[in-house]
Design a protein around this ligand. Structure first.
Ligand SMILES: Nc1ncnc2c1ncn2[C@@H]1O[C@H](COP(=O)(O)OP(=O)(O)O)[C@@H](O)[C@H]1O
Ligand SMILES: CC(=O)N[C@@H](CCC(=O)OP(=O)(O)O)C(=O)O
Length: 315
């Protein structure tokens, strides 16, 4: 039943009621599920927005969802390296990490970014617990490539600590510093870590919050946003190299997690107010959704542009 705002003494709009009712079936679907949310450096720049995202995560927790946060902080690391006069260099999207840079990466991710997120969430009740991949050996890695120094390639996720925290109703907030198979620690890409963690804990869904609306077929042409794609289409795009830096590890991680049983992967704009809530609790999904085969929400086939891109790569 719809009410006329005019007839309401407190002036509350019926739209508010409609929005709340619309959320009900989605709350029923998601409550009790564990979701992994990767929060990236690009979407963390604005402190007010960051605080809003953290509050939304708490709201999800309150309605019975179990969020696990995996965060990056690439921009903050670069700013710190500039400040300390360390050279900043990326090879294929991975930061060249000398031992001195590794000290700074660890300092920024675990000491600064992680704690900022934990503090912002705990303003709403002390539910968030900050850990890094070295705690209880949650993320184990080996050297990826000697040319990249202390950059790690993940070999194992020890998921017990994450699961224990979730079971105790905490929100784990994980900085992606890994413990080395050979001792020491490694710098791992946060998108990759999120995919591995989602796979290891058998998450229901994995979300990548970034600073663009999702995956574009023809970036930066804003008319080419892919709103939905199947796992096989995502796999083909990754394998054919039809996407560029930034999105590569996100889509690859979706594929990795979904191959391990995660139901869906979402790439959404963390700078859009309440992006997570809109994606999870309303009829109108936003961003790019990757669905599994046979999923009733499975996507329409890729648009012409992506199909052409892939076709051209074959030639
Ligand atoms: N096809 C594409 N669709 C969307 N974004 C793309 C695409 N190709 C490259 N990008 C870039 O990827 C960036 C997001 O990746 P990144 O900067 O690594 O994000 P984050 O710090 O959130 O992990 C976007 O800001 C955009 O510039
Ligand atoms: C190896 C490597 O490149 N590690 C990343 C880790 C942080 C990260 O991934 O942060 P975003 O998600 O904010 O980009 C880095 O040093 O920037």
């Amino acid at each position: 039943m719809k009410y006329d705002t005019e007839t309401r003494p407190n002036g509350v709009s019926s739209i508010t009621g409609d929005v709340l009712t619309e959320a009900m079936p989605w709350i029923k679907k998601i409550t009790g599920e564990t979701i992994v949310i990767k929060y990236g450096g690009s979407a963390m720049e604005n402190p007010a927005l960051r605080a809003e995202v953290m509050a939304d995560i708490i709201l999800l927790k309150i309605i019975g969802v179990n969020p696990v946060i995996v965060h990056g902080g690439g921009k903050a690391i670069t700013a710190a390296m500039d400040r300390f006069g360390l050279p900043v260099e990326f090879v294929d999207g991975q930061r060249v990490t000398t031992p001195e840079a590794m000290d700074l990466v660890r300092m920024v991710l675990t000491g600064q970014v992680n704690q900022e997120l934990v503090e912002a969430m705990n303003e709403h009740g002390n539910m968030a617990v900050g850990i890094s991949g070295t705690d209880a050996g949650v993320i184990v890695a080996e050297q990826a490539d000697p040319r990249l120094g202390r950059v790690g390639s993940i070999t194992r996720i020890n998921h017990l600590l994450i699961e224990d925290l979730v079971a105790a109703d905490y929100i784990p907030v994980i900085a992606t510093v890994a413990i080395g198979e050979d001792g020491g620690c490694y710098n791992v890409n946060a998108d990759v870590a999120a995919g591995h963690i989602a796979a290891a804990i058998g998450a229901h869904k994995v979300f990548f919050l970034t600073d663009v609306d999702g995956l574009y077929e023809d970036y930066p042409n804003r008319d080419t946003l892919i709103s939905a794609m199947t796992l096989e289409e995502a796999r083909t795009m990754v394998e054919e190299g039809a996407i560029s830096t930034g999105m590569i590890p996100k889509l690859r991680s979706c594929v990795y997690a979904m191959d391990a049983g995660v139901k869906k992967g979402h790439i959404i704009n963390g700078t859009t107010p309440h992006a997570l809530l809109l994606e999870i609790l309303t009829d109108k999904g936003i961003g790019t959704m990757v669905t599994g085969d046979g999923d009733p929400e499975a996507a329409a086939p890729l648009g012409n542009f992506a199909a052409k891109l892939i076709e051209n790569r074959d030639m």
